[in-house]
Design a protein around this ligand. Structure first.
Ligand code: MV4
Length: 511
């Protein structure tokens, strides 16, 4: 294998928000120039302020800006960038974009286009995994051409089953089928959904795995044929396929299971000629059986929890791999040290069905101190638009064990302050008080169930505190109106107390 070795001097980041900031930080540490693209809506966004160079790429809507593959590659050529980092989302898993980069002589910091394409068809990737000796959910490895074929095969597999679109992924285009009577409607629904969403209506069947965990393995693969596993992340706390909390290691994975899942993930990467950073998703059932689901051919949002328990800087590793560096032997057989938890701060109101909450961030105070990391893409005074993914920031904590990590998270959340917009922050204090979460009893439907049951609703004390804060301000206004002379002679302590009351009203903290 001949590998191109090239030290990058300038890297263009084809992304925005917290991940653009994360990549800029890695480049700065490596003494490389970091350039970003930005849309009109992001003219004054944090990555633009932090970058060495910033270039307008188009109007606000991502289809006219961050998704303009050709314009971004042309820009990279024009500014003399050696490589493009796609981050996650946007063009990160677009094999055509990776090809455009290659054609222009720009290194795409990610896997080869063929490895990305191999993971596109679920039926195809299932066959590949079976051949590579990687466990997949029992099911069919051929397209179902008719409802009759589906019914026959479902009977053979045994109900309940999961009907899936071959071109699907990330939760789109699938239906649980518990009994034969439900099959016709599910069959029609998945086929038409798949045709509409993916322009490919191929469907297949799997045995339904009940209340599984989502456990994924982080791998790194260099361009010299070496692949290593950096262990797992537990990502079962999701809301409608949107992850909300991730942790490493998984409370359900011991050393032996970690080794077996790691070996399977390494075989997955080998089977498709993978290079760079990637994630292999598995379903883990209640008996400790794991099954390959899909591979994410990009850096993931939740990569920091792996960084905190392994000490490996994944973005730095991605850049080194793309430069042609071989992976060192220190990356073999890494065991997690301590425990890390990430919570995602979305500009959404968790108590209004996660409705978007755009607006101006009036105040932003991020927690600090031992074991606390903020990957934040916004600043105080920033405007949050509804044009893009609502992820504002990630709060990640590390502790010597899971209990200490939870204590840290609670302490960090008590320091966190975001005013002006609603965020998912209040949810996490409630989650920390939940017995199932505390004991690590998680599955991929748990968050939806608990939200629906109102188990994570704001506590009575939190609601009472909000009301009493409002009351305190009303009382203050009343006093202030009648006793101007007295309030002018207020001491320092009183001014602090008044300021606190005002903030309490503005902040509307539920925690
Ligand atoms: C499943 C499953 C249960 N049984 N397949 C959801 C996303 C897509 N990658 C596959 N998914 C699932 N496939 C069988 N045979 C349950 C899910 C699933 C899920 C998986 C991972 C994380 C969250 C999830 C939420 C609901 C359903």
């Amino acid at each position: 294998m001949t590998v191109q070795r090239q030290a990058f001097e300038k890297v263009l980041i084809a992304n925005r928000g917290e991940i653009a900031v994360r990549i800029l930080r890695a480049l700065r540490e490596l003494d490389k120039r970091g350039a970003v693209v930005y849309s009109d809506a992001d003219r004054t966004a944090l990555p633009v302020l932090l970058a060495d160079e910033a270039y307008r790429i188009g109007p606000g809507p991502s289809i006219e800006s961050y998704l303009r593959a050709e314009a971004i590659v042309e820009l990279a050529t024009r500014i003399g960038a050696d490589a493009i980092h796609p981050g996650y989302g946007f063009l990160a898993e677009n094999a055509g974009f990776a090809e455009l980069c290659a054609d222009a002589g720009i290194k795409f910091i990610g896997p080869p286009p063929a490895a990305m394409a191999a993971m596109g068809s679920k039926i195809e990737s299932r066959r590949l995994m079976l051949a590579a000796g990687v466990p997949v959910v029992p099911g069919g490895d051929e397209a179902l051409e008719s409802l009759e074929a589906a019914a026959t095969f479902a009977q053979e597999l045994g109900y309940p089953v999961m009907l899936k679109a071959s071109a699907g992924g990330g939760g789109k285009g699938m239906r649980k089928v518990r009994q034969p009577g439900e099959l016709p409607a599910a069959y029609r629904a998945v086929r038409s959904e798949a045709a509409a969403s993916f322009a490919d209506d191929t469907v297949y069947l799997e045995k339904l795995v009940e209340r599984p965990r989502h456990v994924e393995i982080q791998i790194l693969a260099d361009e010299h044929g070496k692949v290593v596993s950096l262990g797992e992340r537990e990502c079962s706390l999701q809301r409608r396929h949107q992850k909300v909390v991730e942790e490493a290691p998984s409370p359900a994975v011991d050393r032996d299971l970690r080794r077996r899942m790691g070996e399977a993930a390494v075989r997955v990467a080998g089977a498709v000629g993978y290079t760079n950073a990637g994630t292999v998703e598995f379903l883990l059932d209640s008996k400790g059986n794991f099954f390959f689901l899909e591979m994410n051919t990009r850096l993931q949002v939740e990569h920091p929890v792996t960084e905190l328990v392994t000490g490996v800087d994944l973005v730095r590793a991605q850049i080194a791999i793309a430069e042609g560096e071989p992976l060192g032997s220190e990356l073999e057989n890494i065991e997690p040290r301590g425990h890390a938890i990430e919570v995602r701060l979305y500009a959404e109101d968790p108590y209004r069905d996660f409705a978007p909450s755009p607006g101006r961030i009036e105040r932003l105070r991020l927690p600090e101190g031992p074991g606390v990391r903020n990957d934040c893409g916004v600043y105080e005074g920033d405007e949050v638009t509804i044009l893009y993914d609502p992820l504002l920031a990630k709060l990640i904590v590390w502790g010597a064990n899971r209990a200490q990590a939870m204590d840290r998270l609670g302490r960090a959340l008590s320091e966190l302050r975001i005013d002006g917009i609603r965020t998912t922050a209040p949810l996490f204090q409630r989650l920390l008080a939940d017995e199932d979460f505390r004991h690590g009893r998680l599955d991929n439907g748990m968050l939806d169930r608990k939200m629906a049951a109102g188990e994570l609703a704001p506590s009575l004390t939190a609601q009472r505190r909000e009301l009493s804060a409002i009351g305190a301000v009303l009382e203050h206004l009343d006093q202030h109106g009648r006793q101007t002379a007295v309030s002018r002679s207020h001491g320092q302590r009183d001014r602090w107390r008044e300021a606190g009351r005002r903030e309490a009203l503005r902040g509307r903290r539920w925690n």
